[in-house]
Design a protein around this ligand. Structure first.
Ligand SMILES: Nc1ncnc2c1ncn2[C@@H]1O[C@H](COP(=O)(O)OP(=O)(O)OP(=O)(O)O)[C@@H](O)[C@H]1O
Ligand SMILES: [Mg+2]
Length: 381
């Protein structure tokens, strides 16, 4: 079973949209898919896949972990796609106790006899249980938007994931664990620690823990999706995340693809259908089918990518960004010529963009402050 957790540092960047639509695309490609909403406390995946308000979900199960897990797995209208609702009653996944997390992980893993792909829609943020679910797989997806805050938070998420991995891999009281704890206590906590700098030290004092960690980190190559592009240039943020990951985290990421901001998405939400069903020919739907293909083409357990493959993934995503942009432009022209797009629509679009611009300007000052702090903590632009 392929496990695909979908995470982001920042909220609202499109995790649920991607989770739901990848679920549809993979099921349509003949996979037996389970889509789980783990954004407990803020679950809304049922709205994206158009499932009626769920009566039971992960929250209900966690109230009685002896109950039958299969009871909360619902069929959907898409053949091959099943759905595990979350729970809006539970305040935040962050509050999941380790025992609850462990029981959930066991139930998830037990799905493997009936499931080819398990997609887990995670909440935003870097809480421990979110990191643990992300680390369940070496092929987790990290979603970002081109906005600086989103990029920054995606990097911070990955940095926290690598440190969480260290803490999980190092056994308590080993020299490596003690060293890591000591660094943290000395005030050079995860925010300031650069993995490539501390690894040689760990290798020197505790070669066994070092080998164990290297084995795990070589199995971890998160896959980036850049969402909400307006322009092909927006895809360049992926390179910034890649460079920072390689330089400061010794982590190699792959670029799985780009998705443009698409006005059909609002209509698709309103009609309670995932966009891949609502408008399969839309640029964004086609991009999702393309990503689903890439996932299927890669091996289930294909971890250590070489430099050429990683370079190719970034080049390919960049080229796709150009192609999709041209296709979108053709659509606008066609809509204008056919009269489907009125001058009124255009004025509306310009107005909403002006609103966005003034909002962005306000955010800008706040960001400058946040950025200068982040730079001091090791984020590289
Ligand atoms: N490419 C896109 N084009 C247009 N709208 C989009 C796109 N991606 C996401 N959206 C919209 O942005 C909003 C946030 O998306 P979504 O809920 O999938 O994000 P999320 O990361 O799951 O958020 P949260 O952290 O709150 O769970 C939704 O209204 C969604 O329809
Ligand atoms: Mg969501």
């Amino acid at each position: 079973m392929r496990i695909i957790p979908i995470a982001s540092g920042k909220g609202g960047v499109g995790k649920s949209l991607i989770a739901a639509n990848l679920g549809v695309a993979l099921a349509q490609a003949g996979q037996r898919v389970v889509l789980a909403d783990l954004d407990l406390g803020a679950s809304n995946l049922h709205l994206v896949i158009g499932h009626q308000s769920p009566k039971s979900g992960i929250g209900t199960f966690l109230n009685d972990t002896k109950s039958d897990f299969n009871r909360i797995i619902a069929e959907t209208d898409v053949p091959g796609l099943r759905f595990i609702p979350g729970d809006t009653e539970i305040p935040g996944l962050a509050n999941l106790k380790p025992s609850q997390r462990n029981v959930l992980v066991r139930r998830f893993l037990a799905l493997k006899s009936t499931t080819d792909v398990l997609i887990i829609d995670l909440g935003a943020g870097t809480h421990q249980s979110i990191l643990d679910f992300f680390l369940l797989s070496g092929q987790g997806i990290i979603v970002t938007a081109p906005a600086v805050t989103a990029v920054l938070n995606a990097y911070v998420f990955l940095k926290n994931a690598v440190f969480r991995l260290m803490y999980t891999v190092f056994t308590k009281n080993t020299k490596a664990y003690v060293y890591l704890e000591q660094m943290r206590k000395e005030g050079s906590g995860p925010q300031k620690l650069y993995i490539p700098r501390i690894l040689p030290e760990i290798q020197k004092i505790d070669p066994h823990s070092y080998e164990k960690f290297m084995l795990h980190i070589n199995h971890l190559h998160p896959r980036l999706i850049t969402n909400m592009l307006d322009d092909p240039k927006d895809a360049e943020v992926a390179m910034k995340i890649r460079r920072s990951c390689e330089e400061y985290l010794a982590l190699r990421i792959e670029h799985l693809g780009v998705l443009y901001r698409d006005s059909f998405q609002d209509a698709s939400l309103a009609s309670r259908l995932p966009i891949t069903l609502y408008k399969p020919q839309a640029v964004i739907s086609q991009a999702i089918f393309r990503i689903a293909d890439k996932i299927l083409q890669s091996g289930e357990d294909e971890f250590a990518l070489d430099d050429k493959e990683i370079d190719a993934s970034f080049l390919e995503a960049g080229a796709e960004a150009e192609i999709d942009f041209e296709t979108k432009m053709e659509y606008v022209e066609e809509l204008l010529h056919s009269g489907a797009f009125t001058t009124g629509d255009l004025i509306e679009t310009v107005k909403s963009q002006q609103f966005e611009v003034s909002k962005l300007k306000k955010e800008n000052n706040f960001l400058k402050l946040k950025l200068s702090r982040a730079l001091a903590q090791g984020f590289k632009f």
